[in-house]
Design a protein around this ligand. Structure first.
Ligand code: AFP
Length: 334
């Protein structure tokens, strides 16, 4: 008899059974994230045929052009969660302010922060895309959370993960007990467990960075990236360079094969590009749970105190030894 595949829903139910106090609300929230992934991946598969490529006339709160697919993906997240009864607040890269679920609508104890479509410059050329999510728990039931209450350190996340829209669609997440990856089987519309207890290698041989920015980097960052190109068999150098323009895709590659992704601070822009609450923190939680490391160059990403909803942070993420090495250079200790 063939082995019965473990579906996301069955995996969630089994995991819930090991938490006697669980109400099922959190499990349902994860299932709904899977649903968002199905909706978006269905659009992406036909994107070139149904006039959803290209840009809208809008710019988002970060001053970036909003692609049609950014707007669609954000809308999908909001529509799925607004009436779900599992969340009390939603915050997204695409929305200046968080959405609180009105009092008279069903709402749950979770706050969901997300980047609905990561790597959107890839939309028009059939390259990989992703979505990133972070889940926080709101403890009060006398009132809805304020914007400030959504701004928590990454260590307070109770779950985080990403959807990867590549040659297949994957949902990868952690609840703080390891990292699990599910691949969408399109013929039955189910996510099946394909990557159990993912562990990132201690050290890799791949680096991902937008090297076009190298003149803007600090001396330490320049020296680190240069050091990866040295010809030295004993230390596995030179590293190979792989950069897709989609953080999720690059981090997924590292999670499975090791190495480092960097979006460093620049001399004139020390805060870097990536957003702390819905890009760096959730991916840092995933990578740490897989045995890797995520740093700003000077501190652990998960411990950064957020001051703004759309705060940016420099990010070095990947294999532990690679990130530690990069930190040494960036801190001038090489
Ligand atoms: P968006 O989420 O706005 O599409 O940005 C993509 C991204 O945050 C991340 O996925 C990429 O690694 C990085 O930015 C690419 O930035 P550059 O184009 O500056 O290399």
């Amino acid at each position: 008899m063939r082995e019965f595949p473990l579906t996301l829903s069955r995996f969630i139910i089994q995991s819930q059974a090991s938490h006697p106090g669980a109400t099922g609300e959190f499990s349902n929230l994860l299932t709904q994230i899977g649903l968002v992934g199905k909706l978006i991946s269905q659009d992406l598969r036909r994107a070139g045929l149904i006039n959803i490529l290209g840009a809208t006339d809008d710019t988002n709160v970060q001053g970036e052009t909003v692609k049609k697919l950014d707007a669609i993906a954000n809308d999908d997240f909001v529509k799925v969660f607004q009436h779900s009864g599992y969340v009390c607040a939603l915050a997204s890269e695409e929305m200046e302010k968080p959405i609180s679920i009105p009092d008279n609508w069903p709402h749950g104890k979770y706050m969901l922060l997300f980047d609905p479509l990561d790597g959107s410059s890839n939309t028009d050329n059939n390259m990989p895309l992703g979505a990133i999510f972070s889940v926080l728990k709101y403890e009060r039931d006398d009132r809805l959370p304020t914007e400030g209450e959504l701004m928590r350190r990454g260590t307070e996340q109770i779950a985080a993960g990403y959807l990867l829209y590549g040659s297949s669609t994957m949902l990868v997440y952690t609840v703080g007990q390891g990292v699990y990856g599910f691949t969408l089987e399109p013929s039955i519309g189910e996510y099946l467990l394909s990557h159990e207890k993912i562990r990132i290698p201690e050290k890799g041989r791949v680096y991902a960075v937008n090297e076009g920015n190298c003149r803007k980097w600090s001396e330490g960052t320049k020296k680190y990236v240069d050091s990866l190109k040295v010809n030295d068999k004993a230390t596995g150098r030179p590293y190979s360079s792989r950069y897709s323009g989609c953080l999720v895709a690059d981090v997924h590659r590292l999670l499975l094969g090791g190495g480092i992704y960097l979006y460093p601070g620049e001399v004139d822009k020390p805060e870097g590009k990536l957003r702390l609450l819905y890009e760096a923190n959730p991916l840092a939680f995933v990578v740490e749970q897989a045995g890797g490391k995520a740093s700003t160059g000077t501190s652990r990403v998960l411990e950064v105190e957020p001051k703004k909803l759309h705060q940016r942070v420099p990010l070095l993420i990947g294999s532990r030894q690679d990130v530690e090495q990069a930190e040494m250079y960036i801190q001038g200790k090489d």
